[in-house]
Design a protein around this ligand. Structure first.
Ligand SMILES: Nc1ncnc2c1ncn2[C@@H]1O[C@H](COP(=O)(O)OP(=O)(O)OP(=O)(O)O)[C@@H](O)[C@H]1O
Length: 302
């Protein structure tokens, strides 16, 4: 038994076959402390199987998965080191509080931690209702609470954002980023890059159980080509002229939103300010990044 040296999650050459299905094949990647890592791939690409191997729930055919250099099975106090949620399903007749109480007994943390953790995930008011009546967002929060009970250094979450409403997505994004800023390792899976794009620092993409990409989100964005700026203004023709004079290519002047290529969002804002034209919308087009993600998972270049 060992204490992990740190919260580094390291997957090396991991493979798993179920009958005729090669679920994971020679997969290697890391998730580092202090960052949120998105583990991305389409349905059936091997994400859950990989997380289950990191947690010692599925035995790999080959390769290793370690936390701070130690395999899960050899961790001294596993639930204090790694908190995980592989599904947001609970006994429907148990209340949220009862569910957390069972988990906390299993991992040996004091009773008071349950109320604190319910508060942390915003579930105090719903804690004494049966989980069978919970919305998906409430179930996701309860699953997160269960993962956090042991105050672990590493948090592994399978599809924690799936099905959340915009408010829930914003909440979990800020929450997970806060955990990372505290120095924790956060690894979350998703089948949609767009779903986690604003949450993650690093990205690991798998395709049919194999690594398709590992790097920072920024690097993936940089290789995805230039992203156009989308902008609306009270005087679109006037703004379009000013942007063109600043060297930009402008499309859709008569539409609701103009698409501006060749300038970054800061520069577009400065041009509008200099031209004294108020903006009603300014955003960065995201389709290029989603497109390169789709190419990665559909078999494009790694
Ligand atoms: N216990 C099992 N027995 C047989 N096949 C399995 C088992 N677990 C997973 N598989 C298969 O392995 C492949 C990878 O599944 P896995 O659940 O790991 O993918 P995933 O990326 O998590 O997908 P999803 O997002 O749909 O959950 C799939 O083809 C799946 O059917």
């Amino acid at each position: 038994m060992a204490e992990p040296a740190n919260g580094l999650v390291e997957v090396t050459g991991l493979s798993k076959r179920f009958g005729g299905v090669q679920a994971v094949h020679e997969l290697s990647f890391t998730a580092v402390p202090g960052r949120v890592t998105g583990f991305l791939g389409p349905n059936g690409s091997g994400k859950t199987t990989t997380l289950a191997m990191v947690l010692g729930l599925v035995r790999p055919d080959a390769g290793t998965a370690t936390i701070g250099g130690t395999s899960y099975a050899e961790l001294d106090r596993p639930a204090r080191t790694v908190g995980a949620s592989l599904s947001a399903h609970f006994h429907p007749a148990h209340t949220g509080r009862a569910h957390l109480d069972i988990v906390r007994r299993g991992i040996g943390v004091p009773e008071s931690v349950v109320a604190d953790t319910l508060e942390l995930v915003g579930m105090t008011d719903a804690a004494d209702r049966k989980t069978g009546g919970y919305s998906l967002g409430m179930r996701q929060r309860l699953a997160l609470a269960a993962a956090l009970l042991g105050d672990p250094q590493v948090i592994l979450l399978d599809e924690p954002i799936n099905g959340l409403d915009p408010e829930g997505i914003r909440w979990i994004r800020l929450f997970l980023q806060h955990l990372a800023r505290e120095g924790k390792t956060v690894l979350l899976s998703s089948h949609l890059l767009s779903e986690v794009q604003q949450t993650v620092d690093d990205v690991v993409v798998i395709r049919r159980g194999e690594l398709a990409y590992a790097g920072t989100l920024q690097e993936l964005q940089d290789t995805s080509g230039e992203r156009a700026v989308l902008v609306s203004a009270s005087d679109q023709p006037g703004l379009a002229r000013a942007l063109q004079e600043a060297g930009a290519e402008v499309h859709g002047v008569r539409g609701q939103v103009m698409r501006v290529a060749g300038l970054d969002p800061d520069a577009v804002g400065r041009v509008a300010l200099a031209a004294a034209i108020p903006l009603s919308h300014l955003s960065v087009e995201e389709s290029e990044l989603e497109q390169s993600f789709l190419e990665l998972v559909e078999g494009g270049a790694a």
